[in-house]
Design a protein around this ligand. Structure first.
Ligand code: ZN
Length: 291
């Protein structure tokens, strides 16, 4: 019995050892397996995270793209602004071997004619410069916006266009010019810069010298014209007459600053405009803006 007991004790001990070993084995196996799946899970999680990251990165990239886009838009705007500011057309008549035509329209915008003029310019892919009367701009602010939005130049003619008032003193003239500028800014925004004036009736000769000095001192520039369609030479001027006046006054000049009007009564100016544009294109003129 003693021997048997000892034998039993021995095998019990053996069994315990075996159990212990298998317990360790099982434990370590499950630890390894668990570790593996845990790892796998963590890979999935991080894969999801990676997707999220990718998404976030995509969004970031998109945002960056947007930023870059808006940056480049801004840069372009700044560039335009700088170009406009630093390179105004100081002497539009100066020959440079190129044929350049500056179409200009005074006394608008008018609700009946300016939209038609804008349509014609758009159709012919031509840009022009509009010298506005402040009171007219106030009445037709949507047209002022349209002029700017369609790439034309919006400049100052005066607020009242009342010769008696504006030419009675340089103070009156300047305040009328500033008032017109304020109207344009109130419509197009404070960042719209316009310092170019066309004197009502033009600034030819010496009679307006004090006025020219006064506006220059105040930071403005001004421009007259060296060609016209003659639409201000009579109450009514026929289309044919307008075209022939244009050809006559343009003559063989390399650079043309062409005076026309988009005042409400100048219907024939609208009717003659397509022929005038075609004529100038045929003569090889490139159309540019004054500002
Ligand atoms: Zn005028």
């Amino acid at each position: 019995m003693k021997g048997l007991n000892r034998k039993n004790k021995k095998s019990k001990f053996k069994r315990t050892i075996m159990l212990f070993i298998s317990a360790i084995f099982l434990f370590s196996t499950s630890f390894l397996v668990g570790g593996y799946f845990g790892k796998k899970n963590s890979v999935v999680v991080s894969a999801v995270k990676t997707n999220e990251n990718a998404k976030n990165n995509e969004q970031k990239n998109d945002n960056t793209k947007d930023d870059q886009k808006s940056n480049s838009d801004r840069e372009q705007k700044d560039k335009d602004k700088k170009e406009k500011k630093s390179e105004p057309v100081l002497d539009p008549y100066k020959p440079d071997g190129k044929k350049v035509a500056y179409l200009t329209f005074d006394d608008g915008p008018s609700s009946n004619l300016t939209p038609q003029i804008l349509d014609i310019l758009k159709k012919h892919n031509v840009k022009a410069t509009f010298f506005l009367i402040g009171t007219m701009a106030n009445e037709n602010s949507e047209l002022v916006k349209r002029e700017k939005n369609e790439g034309h130049s919006v400049c100052i003619h005066s607020y009242s266009h009342d010769y008696k008032y504006v030419y009675s003193s340089t103070e009156n003239f300047l305040s009328d010019v500033k008032r017109c500028e304020m109207v344009i800014k109130s419509i197009l925004g404070d960042d719209y810069e316009t310092k170019l004036i066309r004197f009502p009736g033009g600034s030819f000769g010496n009679r307006l010298n004090p006025y020219k000095e006064a506006v220059k001192k105040a930071g403005y520039r001004y421009v007259d014209w060296n060609a016209l369609n003659g639409d201000a030479e009579a109450e009514y001027v026929s289309v044919n007459k307008l075209i022939s006046r244009l050809k006559e006054t343009a003559a063989d000049q390399e650079h043309l600053v062409i005076l026309m009007h988009d005042a409400p009564a100048k219907e024939t100016t609208v009717q003659a405009l397509p022929s005038i544009i075609e004529y100038l294109k045929g003569k090889g003129y490139e159309f540019k803006l004054l500002y």
